[in-house]
Design a protein around this ligand. Structure first.
Ligand code: FAD
Length: 309
C-alpha cells in the first residue's frame, strides 16, 4: 500500500518534471550535487539548473512553484551540506556573475547574486577602492554572503549594502535598503522570508585599497584554517566564546566518523576526507552538540545550511 502510494507520487512528480523540462532550457537531470559544493557531498538532484541569467529566475521559479515542484536555490555551495541521497525536485545554482562599477557621489559596485565575493574583492582592489579587503579569499557568492551576512576580521557584508533587489512570489521583484535585512552575526531576515537575492549594490570608498589588510585576510586563512573539502565554520560562535574552543575542550579535535573528521587544525571545521556521506557529517554534528551541551550547557547553533532530500 505504502509502496504503491510512493510509486504514484513519483509518477506524478515525473509528469511535472516533463512539463518543466519543456519550459526551462538547459535543465539537467540526475546532476550530482557533490560537484557543486565545497564539502563535495551530495547525491543526484532530480533536476538541476545553472542560472546564468538572473533575469530569467523569477519567471522560471513561478512555473516551478505553480507545478508544486520542491526547489532549492544556492550560489557557491560553500556553506551547505547536501544530502547524499540527493534532492527530489529542482536545484538551482545561481551563476550569473555580472558586475559593474558605478561612479557617482561614491563608488558603487553593482553585481548579480552569483558574483564571486573573492573576485569582487580583487576587482575593487584593481580600481584602488576600499571596503572588500576582508573578503579577499572568501568562498561563495554575493547572494550567499547577504543571506548569511558573511564576514570576518570584524567586517561583514552588511557594512557595505547600499541596496538589494529581491524576489518573492507574492511581492514580485522589489528593492530594499540595508535596514530591511535585520542583519545580525551570520544572520539576515532572508533565513526566515526565503526571499531571493537577484542583485545588490555595494558602497565602497575612494580611500585606496588597504593592501596590508587584504593580504592579512588571505594569510590568516592559510595559517589558521585547514585546507580540504569543508564548509568553513560549521557552528556559529556562541556569544563571548568560540565553537572551535568548545569542541576542542570536549576532546573532539581530530575525531572521525566514517570519512568525516573534525579538523586537527581548527575544531569548528568539519572535513570530508574524500568519501564522507551527509550521515557521517550529521553524526559528528550530533556528537559535538551533545558533548558541548553536557559539558558547558551551551547549545551550538549551525552556521551551515543543511539541505534535506
Ligand atoms: C574554507 C572556507 C572558509 C570560509 N570562511 C568564511 C568566513 O570567514 N566568513 C564567513 O562568513 N563565511 C565563511 N565561509 C562560509 C561561506 O563562504 C559563506 O557563508 C558564503 O557567504 C556562502 O556563500 P555561497 O554562495 O557559497 O552560499 P551557498 O552555500 O551556496 O548557500 C548558503 C545559503 O545561502 C542561500 N543563498 C545562496 N544564494 C542566495 C540568493 N541569491 N538568494 C537567497 N539565498 C541565497 C542558500 O539557499 C543557502 O541557504 C567559509 C567557507 C569555506 C569553505
Amino acid at each position: 500500500m505504502i509502496l504503491n502510494l510512493f510509486r504514484i507520487e513519483r509518477a506524478m512528480l515525473q509528469q511535472k518534471y516533463s512539463i518543466l523540462i519543456q519550459k526551462i532550457p538547459d535543465l539537467k537531470s540526475q546532476e550530482f550535487l557533490s560537484n557543486h559544493c565545497t564539502f563535495r557531498i551530495g547525491g543526484p538532484a532530480d533536476l538541476f539548473w545553472n542560472c546564468s541569467d538572473i533575469n530569467l529566475l523569477p519567471e522560471f521559479l513561478k512555473i516551478t512553484k505553480n507545478l508544486e515542484i520542491p526547489y532549492f536555490i544556492f550560489g557557491g555551495g560553500s556553506n551547505i551540506l547536501f544530502d547524499s541521497n540527493g534532492f527530489r525536485g529542482l536545484v538551482i545554482k545561481i551563476t550569473d556573475s555580472n558586475f559593474e562599477f558605478i561612479n557617482s557621489s561614491a563608488p558603487f559596485l553593482k553585481a548579480s547574486a552569483g558574483a564571486r565575493m573573492a573576485l569582487l574583492a580583487k576587482e575593487s582592489f584593481s580600481k584602488k577602492l576600499t571596503g572588500l579587503e576582508w573578503a579577499n579569499g572568501l568562498p561563495g557568492t554575493l547572494g550567499g554572503a547577504i543571506y548569511g551576512n558573511a564576514g570576518c576580521h570584524d567586517c561583514e557584508i552588511a557594512d557595505l549594502i547600499e541596496n538589494v533587489t529581491l524576489y518573492d512570489f507574492e511581492k514580485g521583484i522589489f528593492e530594499v535598503k540595508k535596514d530591511y535585512f535585520d542583519f545580525k552575526y551570520r544572520d539576515s531576515k532572508l533565513k526566515k522570508t526565503k526571499e531571493i537575492v537577484l542583485k545588490a549594490t555595494l558602497k565602497l570608498k575612494n580611500t585606496n585599497t588597504d593592501l596590508k589588510k587584504s593580504k592579512e585576510a588571505v594569510n590568516f586563512r592559510a595559517e589558521k584554517q585547514p585546507w580540504g573539502f569543508t564548509t568553513g565554520s560549521f557552528f556559529k560562535n556562541p556569544e563571548g566564546d568560540s565553537a572551535g574552543r568548545l569542541i576542542d575542550s570536549v576532546g573532539l579535535k581530530g575525531y572521525q566518523i566514517g570519512e568525516a573528521k573534525i579538523s586537527e587544525k581548527h575544531a569548528n571545521f568539519f572535513m570530508n576526507l574524500g568519501h564522507a556521506t551527509s550521515d557521517d557529517i550529521l553524526k559528528l554534528r550530533a556528537l559535538a552538540k551533545e558533548k558541548v551541551m553536557a559539558n558547558f550547557g551551551i547549545e551550538l547553533e549551525d552556521e551551515i545550511i543543511i539541505v534535506n532530500s
